[in-house]
Structures are given as C-alpha cells and as structure tokens.
Write a protein that binds this ligand. Structure first.
Ligand code: HEM
Length: 395
C-alpha cells in the first residue's frame, strides 16, 4: 500500500502538469492580447480556503520559512481573534497574488509562485483562548538523550509557515504578516529552509537532504486514505486540523565526510544512489528486514535508521515535510547546516513520540545528527471565505 500511495503522489504531480498544459492551450487559442503571454510558474496559486489549511498536503514548495512567536502579555482571547482575522485576510490575498491590506510593496505580491501561509497555535495560545481546549499532546516533547536543545530554537506560542517556489515571494509575504503580528506577539525564532529550485527536477521526486540521501521515500501520500488517517485530527475544535512537530536537527557534514559510501548506506539501510533498500530493488520497493548476508547478519542492520523508524503499530506513522537549512559558517571547514524536520500527525503523543523514542535508543544516524530545537503546534483547520483561521477555537 505504501508503494501505491507513492505512485498516487506521482500521478498527482502528472495531473498538475496536465492542468498546466491545458492552461497553455487555452491561452494559445484565446484572442485577448494579454493571454498570448506564456504562463509562468510564478502565476500558479494554491487555494487558501478549504477544509484544511494549505501548506500541509500541498506538494512541498522550494522555499519555506517558519516563524515562532511569543504572545505579548496583554493579549487575550479577543486579541487573538483580531490577530487571526487580520492574518487570515492578508493570507487569503497574498496567496492569490493580491497585495496585502496595507501593502507597502504591492508589486511584490504579484508573483504568488504557489505561496501557502499556514498558522499554528502553541500551548499558551490555546490556553489563553480556552484553557479546557488544549489537546493533551500540545506541550513540549519529552526529553531525549540525543537532544541538545537551545531555547532560542525551541517552543513558541504561535507559528507561521510561509512557503513558495520563489524566495522573494516568501520574503515579501513574511514581511506583511510580521507587520500584522507585531502588536500581538514578538518574534522568537526564524527557520529558513530550502529544497531544490522549482524546475531543477521533475515534479514529484523525493528530495535529497544535505547528506545527499533521498529523504521522504516512505511517507503517506496526500489524497490517500492513509494520509487522511495519519494527518487530520477528528478531535473537537481541531477537527480538520493537525499537529506539527518542528525539530531543528544539526547535521555534522564534516563527520559525514569521514564515512565511506558503504558506511553511509549501512547507517540508513538504503543506497545513496537510488535510495533503494539495501536488500535490492528500486527506491519504492519494500525493504526485506528478514534478509541476512552470508555470515548470517541482517543486511539492513539493527541500528539502521529505516529499521528503527518503522513500527508494526499502524498508529505510529507520521507525515514528514522537511526542509534543508544552512546558516552562516564561522570557518570554511565548520558547516552550520541541517534539517528543519517538520512532521504532521493528528496526535503527537501516539504517533511522533514513540518513533523518536526508538530512534533515541538506537539509530546509527545519531552519530551525525543532533536536535538543537524543538516545538509542537496545533494546526487549526482551514476556513471558508468570510471566516477566519482559528474560528473553531475562538468563536
Ligand atoms: C526515513 C534521513 C530524522 C523518521 C529516512 C530515510 C532517510 C532519513 C535517508 C530513508 C528514506 C525515506 O524513507 O525517507 C533522516 C535524517 C534525519 C532524520 C538525515 C535527521 C537529520 C528523522 C526523525 C524522525 C524520522 C527525527 C522521526 C522522529 C523517519 C521515518 C522514516 C525515515 C518514519 C521512514 C521509515 C520507513 O521506511 O518506514 N530518514 N531522518 N527521521 N525517517 Fe528519517
């Protein structure tokens, strides 16, 4: 079923291209002068309104910036409602290529490039709105032995995820949204992430992380029953929403340099080239966890990341939507890079925590990866035109 899901995703990508081609044909036969312009990728939009917020099931854009905020002391339920109305209004405009309400650079809004804007509520946000409405899992994760968390990369009362295929679009939308927020909250952290630029690769391929690995192969595919079950909450005000764990994970690229290719492949249980399981086949084929080599040792080692990350329990599945990050380096030989690991799931305690606990106990990748930031947010459902994000909690 995992393979089928994955194929579904690829087909989804192909359908998207089909739609774009159809638009191209329309434009070619139309007689209006402006329609002879070729459609650019920058004109593409993702819907803002809907049952779910955009930016989760949306095919990952090339750039994403995550902003974590602390609410100001005097902001109460009514204040939160005002903030969310303002943000919803500007989010709806910007994502459709229209200027924000008080846009200081309206021309920059004209290239949406699949912009999505996604809002998340930390524990304190929900507490201020309604102390009885805090989901039991909406709290800092338990401590793990691998963690070296820095408060400046962790927690937060409120989240905005801004993602698009154009970095200038992300920058402009962010500036507009941060202006809306400033009388309600202060900025706690900013995490910028990237994948390959749009157009560099075929749509729908698995991304590569900064270790060079294909990362995201086994992942529920949007549009499948598995995805809906794993991601969307069915719990009270959060119905149609989800939970988000953001882990900032430092990747020791210099340490990774010292490992040869077989060592790198052993640590995960997949090949570097195609991402196929070490037991053979292609990227999307199932690993054979029972297979042993001529000496009787498992081909996918006991410490391999994919063995440790997988569970027999069908509840323990998450949807990963990670981005690479790279910060300023102090020297040419000390990288400052890693992954903004973002995982969506309906229930963080049931789904994410047991996986992370297993990886904390044993995972070869831990030798080169260190979590330095950690946050948990409730992502409210979407809304329809005239409504606002958060209304199921705040009205
Ligand atoms: C699989 C890399 C952190 C959960 C994989 C794969 C790679 C990878 C290369 C195999 C291909 C794939 O299926 O995507 C990394 C790196 C990490 C990291 C470099 C840190 C920088 C995490 C964390 C979790 C996690 C923190 C969850 C707590 C998973 C899961 C799979 C996976 C669930 C799929 C396992 C399966 O085959 O069923 N990861 N990972 N990973 N990873 Fe990670």
């Amino acid at each position: 079923p995992r393979n089928l899901s994955r194929r579904g995703l690829l087909l989804g990508g192909a359908a998207g291209l089909g739609a774009a081609a159809a638009i191209g044909i329309d434009r070619a036969v139309s007689t209006s002068p402006s329609s002879t312009q070729p459609a650019t990728h920058g004109e593409q939009t993702e819907p803002f309104y809907g049952t779910h917020q955009a930016g989760i099931a949306t095919a990952p854009q090339a750039h994403a910036t995550f902003y974590g905020f602390d609410l100001l002391d005097d902001v109460d339920r009514e204040g939160l409602r005002r903030m969310m109305r303002l943000l919803t209004d500007d989010g709806a405009r910007l994502t459709q290529g229209r200027a924000a309400l008080a846009d200081s650079e309206p021309e920059l809004a004209e290239v949406p490039a699949r912009l999505t804007i996604t809002f998340g509520f930390g524990p304190e946000f929900v507490r201020r709105a309604d102390p009885s409405a805090v989901p039991p899992w909406l709290k800092p994760l338990p401590e793990f032995t691998i963690d070296r968390l820095q408060p400046s990369w962790s927690d937060g009362d409120f989240l905005i995820q801004v993602a698009a295929d154009d970095p200038l679009t992300v920058s402009h939308a962010s500036r507009m949204l941060l202006k809306d927020v400033r009388t309600f909250a202060s900025l706690r952290w900013t995490q910028k992430g990237f994948r390959r630029a749009h157009g560099s690769e075929k749509v729908g391929l698995t991304m590569r992380n900064l270790f060079g690995q294909l990362d995201g192969t086994v992942n529920p595919a949007p549009g499948t029953e598995e995805f809906d079950r794993v991601v969307w909450s069915q719990d009270g005000w959060l119905t149609g929403g989800t939970g988000l764990v953001i882990r900032r994970i430092d990747m020791d690229l210099e340490g990774w340099d010292e490992i040869d290719r077989p060592g790198r492949e052993q640590s995960v249980g997949r090949t570097m080239g195609t991402g196929a399981p070490l037991t053979g086949g292609a990227e999307l084929d199932e690993p054979d966890f029972e297979a042993v080599n001529e000496f009787g040792f498992p081909i996918i080692a006991d410490y391999a990341h994919v063995r440790r990350a997988r569970s027999d329990n069908p509840d323990e599945v998450i949807f990963r939507r990670a981005y690479n990050y790279e910060g300023e380096q102090d020297t040419a030989t000390a990288s400052n890079a890693g992954q903004v690991f973002a995982a969506f799931q309906a229930d963080v305690d049931k789904q994410f925590v047991p996986i992370q606990q297993r990886l904390d106990e044993l995972d070869m990748l831990n030798l080169w990866t260190t979590p330095v930031g950690s946050s948990v947010f409730a992502i409210p459902p979407g809304c329809s035109e005239g409504g606002y994000i958060g209304e199921t909690l705040l009205d």
